[in-house]
Design a protein around this ligand. Structure first.
Ligand code: SAM
Ligand code: MD0
Length: 357
């Protein structure tokens, strides 16, 4: 059955039932092997890498899953100054990453004064010369336009689930359509969109298949699944998923199935779930971007793993390199990443071999 569905995938879109079969009952090794083969065909042995700068952990939201939810009074929060942000971005650039992901909680210091966010984007872009992703939560349309004018290449804004009822419970008092519409607005401004789901927050396998459809409708150029990691001080601290979705296996199968459904898109292997020891499995499932690389001494947090592997220097490209080599992969150069972005923005097919010349 797995072979039959994989064959169908090569020649067109499978049904949601077939996607659910792959996620729940498929032959995992066959699926992972097909995903690796697809990545090789479209990206060769190149893997991109993103530096992560979580520059403010203040947030007006109360997401049930997130340690930075407003009600979590026990969390020690920080807001980095502009010069600190630029310094960390420069250190990441020197370490060889292709992009800086500027991430914040919905901090009113920035949401009320969008010029502050725009200035940081411009400064990071000009100083490092790298591409910039902004992960600011739901900001105003004007704020997004200012981010675009400042050179933001990407908006990362994960719906977590496209099941509206579940969204209501997890992104408490937030508006489903407002979040989706900001992504559509980004696309209309020429900003690339990253869409994502969280595995194990109470969804069904069929919800994942629905989300893959939404990713396609959004024309998201980067797509992710991240396993939910329970956080102390939140209502989901003891949560475990009814369908056993949410374990690492589900995240890996999501990665592989997304690779097969979206052969030429970027799919993260995030170090924010299992740290460096989880990298190999995610690359073996067909991921092609290492994300959540964090400089060791910057006092910056991860999201779902606040501290794991940061101070030891294990969330660096240097630490990841032997794993890439072991798998016959290599870190892509900035010119190779820029070639991908240029093709994505121009709406032309990315050709790894041409880009490598
Ligand atoms: N505040 C912005 C927002 O909500 O879009 C950006 C930062 S937010 C922390 C980035 C992403 O981290 C969320 O969209 C969610 O997918 C992920 N995340 C947060 N808490 C998590 C958890 N406990 N386990 C797994 N992923 C988590
Ligand atoms: C990651 N910790 O890539 C980061 C974060 C936000 N754009 C990304 C969730 O895993």
């Amino acid at each position: 059955m797995t072979r039959k569905i994989l064959e169908k995938l090569r020649n067109g879109a499978p049904s949601n039932e077939e996607i659910v079969y792959l996620l729940t009952s498929g032959d995992r090794e066959l699926i992972f092997a097909a995903a690796r083969e697809t990545r090789q065909k479209h990206f060769g042995n190149k893997v991109f890498s993103y530096g992560f700068v979580y520059f403010s952990t203040h947030c007006r939201n109360d997401c049930a899953f997130c340690c930075c939810r407003r009600s979590n009074r026990a969390l020690e929060r920080y807001r980095k100054s502009d010069s600190e942000i630029v310094e960390h971005a420069v250190n990441l650039e020197k370490s060889g990453v292709n992009l800086i992901d500027l991430t914040m909680g919905e901090d009113e210091f920035y949401t009320e004064q969008p010029a502050r966010l725009a200035a940081i984007i411009r400064e990071v872009k000009n100083t490092t010369g790298l591409s910039v992703m902004v992960s600011p939560g739901v900001i105003s349309r004007r704020a997004l336009e200012m981010a675009a004018e400042s050179g933001a290449d990407w908006l990362a804004l994960y719906q977590e689930t496209h099941n509206r009822e579940l969204f209501k419970k997890r992104r408490v008092r937030q508006n489903f359509d407002e979040r989706m519409n900001l992504k559509r607005h980004a696309a209309s401004l020429g900003i690339l969109v990253e869409e994502g789901i969280m595995a194990g927050i109470g969804e069904s396998p069929a919800d994942h298949a629905v989300s893959f459809g939404e990713m396609r409708r959004l024309n998201a150029f980067q797509i992710r699944s991240m396993r939910f990691v329970p956080q102390e001080g939140t209502p989901m601290a003891e949560f475990s998923s009814e369908f056993s979705l949410g374990n690492t296996e589900t995240e890996l199968l999501d990665i592989a199935v997304m690779r097969l459904l979206f052969p030429d898109r970027l799919i993260p292997a995030s170090l924010d779930v299992e740290g460096l020891e989880g990298l190999k499995a995610r690359l073996n499932a067909g991921a092609n971007v290492i994300t959540s690389l964090i400089p060791p001494d910057a006092g910056l947090m991860g999201v779902s793993q606040r501290e794991k592997d940061i101070r030891s220097g294990c969330r660096t490209l240097r630490a990841a390199t032997p794993i890439l080599e072991e798998l016959g992969l290599r870190a892509a150069a900035n010119a190779e990443y820029s070639a991908f972005l240029a093709a994505a923005k121009a709406g032309v097919k990315y050709n790894s071999r041409v880009a490598a010349i």
